[in-house]
Design a protein around this ligand. Structure first.
Ligand code: AMP
Length: 175
């Protein structure tokens, strides 16, 4: 099963980036060409029916499958990045992380009013990051039609923070 393959390939890194965090390292998946492709197919299959006009990918691990999904669905890819990384005029949103706080940005002209947007990241923890991306999308008068993740750390209940935006919260693997 795909879920087992993903779980067996993810590497747990204990106490990274700080004590008490078990970091789910997805980079070993990227070294497996076939598994990377199977994951893309699964994410595309699950998000196709939502008919997104664009995929928003969250820096940096949300870029990997975000771009692959956008290509496969034939829609634009829009990067959300940490503050100070995008070169043109930006809109920004500040939020709390599982470890620390952060601010993310998007180019102000990346999303048009009324667009149906799917937000992608590698992992859902507390939901703060994905929620911040959803706030950026909504601030442009566009709609969030779904969230996709490879991994959901369900015990942190990130789903609860994303439900106000959409019920379509998709993950391939749950812990
Ligand atoms: P959150 O905002 O708490 O949902 O955190 C999600 C973001 O932080 C994603 O971009 C993840 O890549 C990263 N992240 C948080 N916790 C972990 C973890 N335990 N393992 C890997 N990445 C994590």
């Amino acid at each position: 099963m795909l879920e087992d393959k993903i779980k067996n390939t993810i590497r747990d890194v204990i106490d990274f980036p700080k004590e008490g965090i078990i970091f789910k390292d997805i980079t070993p998946i990227l070294e497996d060409v076939r598994l990377t492709s199977e994951i893309t197919d699964a994410l595309v299959q699950k998000s196709k029916m939502l008919q997104p006009d664009a995929i928003v990918g969250i820096e940096s691990r949300g870029f990997f499958w975000g771009i692959l999904m956008a290509q496969s669905l034939g829609v634009p890819f829009i990067p959300v990045r940490k503050k100070g990384k995008l070169p043109y005029k930006t809109i920004s949103y500040k939020y709390d992380l599982e470890y620390g706080s952060a601010e993310i940005e998007m180019h102000e002209d990346a999303i048009c009013e009324g667009m149906n947007v799917l937000i992608h990241d590698d992992l859902l923890a507390t939901g703060g990051t994905a929620m911040a991306a959803a706030e950026l999308v909504n601030s442009q008068n566009a709609n969030v039609v779904g969230f996709t993740f490879l991994v959901n750390l369900t015990f942190l209940e990130g789903n609860k923070r994303l439900k106000p935006y959409t019920n379509n919260i998709i993950s391939l693997v749950n812990y």
